[in-house]
Design a protein around this ligand. Structure first.
Ligand code: SF4
Length: 84
């Protein structure tokens, strides 16, 4: 078993979803592509593992329903809500 075993169940790894621009830099994917990736992630069984991996040094791409730069903001918002 490896740290990336969860990727075997990734919804983005199989066609037609795999054709979307998952590794694009923030802002490079079109709004329609971003919406399509978000829909795929919404039904992905490994979304939590994906989000954890995205926080391990990844700097670009679309992970767990958000562009990489948005994940940091979402995590900060969660902490603020929990602290309130
Ligand atoms: S949550 Fe989204 S980006 Fe992450 S593995 Fe699943 S489909 Fe891919």
């Amino acid at each position: 078993m490896t740290a990336l075993d969860w990727t075997r169940e990734a919804a983005c790894a199989v066609p037609p979803a795999s054709a979307l621009p998952w590794t694009a830099d923030p802002g490079d994917a079109s709004p329609a592509e971003v919406a399509a990736m978000a829909r795929v992630c919404a039904g992905c069984p490994v979304r939590l593992a994906c989000a954890a991996y995205a926080h391990s040094g990844v700097t670009a791409g679309f992970w767990a329903g958000r562009e990489r730069g948005e994940l940091d903001g979402a995590r900060a918002s969660s902490r603020r809500c929990a602290a309130a």
